[in-house]
Design a protein. Sequence first.
Length: 270
Amino acid sequence: MTRADLRFAHISDLHILADASRLQHGVDTAAVLRQAIDMLNRLRPDFVVAGGDLISDESEDSYRRLQELLRPLTAPIHFLMGNHDARAAFRRIFHPSGPPSADPVCGAFEVGSMRFLLLDSSLPGKEEGAFSAGQLRWLEEELRAHADRPTWIFLHHQPLPIYIRWLDRLGLTNAEPFLSLVSRHAQVAAVAYGHVHQARSFRYGRTLFASVPALAFQFSPVNQEPEITQDSPGFRVVEITGGQMRQWLHFLDGRVVPEPRLPALPVYVR
Ligand SMILES: [Fe+2]
Ligand SMILES: [Fe+2]
């Protein structure tokens, strides 16, 4: 395989627990993460984004266990917050030299000509997500200041419906100003998220919107009520070569599925 200019992986919903004996819906999430790390180390991505729901119980002990489990990962890793995370507890374990503030965990980094934005859509104490006015302002400033850089945006909650009633109630509740911002900045190549515990992707305007399977239990893509399926955990790998993007879903049962041509949704922005 020729080396891509850039290769990165998006994992999400690791749902790690400090208690090694506790299964979640029959799944040992630590074992899933260990297997995923073996696969990622063979794929040698330039970086990995872990898209929130890093742990299941908002506890420092679970973050400590996550940190321990991630030690064999060779690639740099960036973290997002999900509805099962706790910002201060996360900071105490992963950034012990800084203040353990409960401010949103967000940031930006560049690799080559590309820019990657990490947003925090979590709302403490809530399952659904939202962006604060401050975070939307920050996003707008970022996009204005780097209009020439192809950009990927990562967040935890889905900003567009997936037509599963119970999950759509728990998505990004103030998606409209976010979608409007994305539609006004042509450099946004993709918006990537987790939370829905299944891979769903489509084009919305110029932009790819893509969710990943959980590195834990999966939610049914058809049942309108909550249902856990036996589908395999997995993650997305993206390669950029000569400005062209290719992507695959890597499942822990061994399947590697190239992302097909994506259906385009009509854009509706008020
Ligand atoms: Fe989750
Ligand atoms: Fe979530």
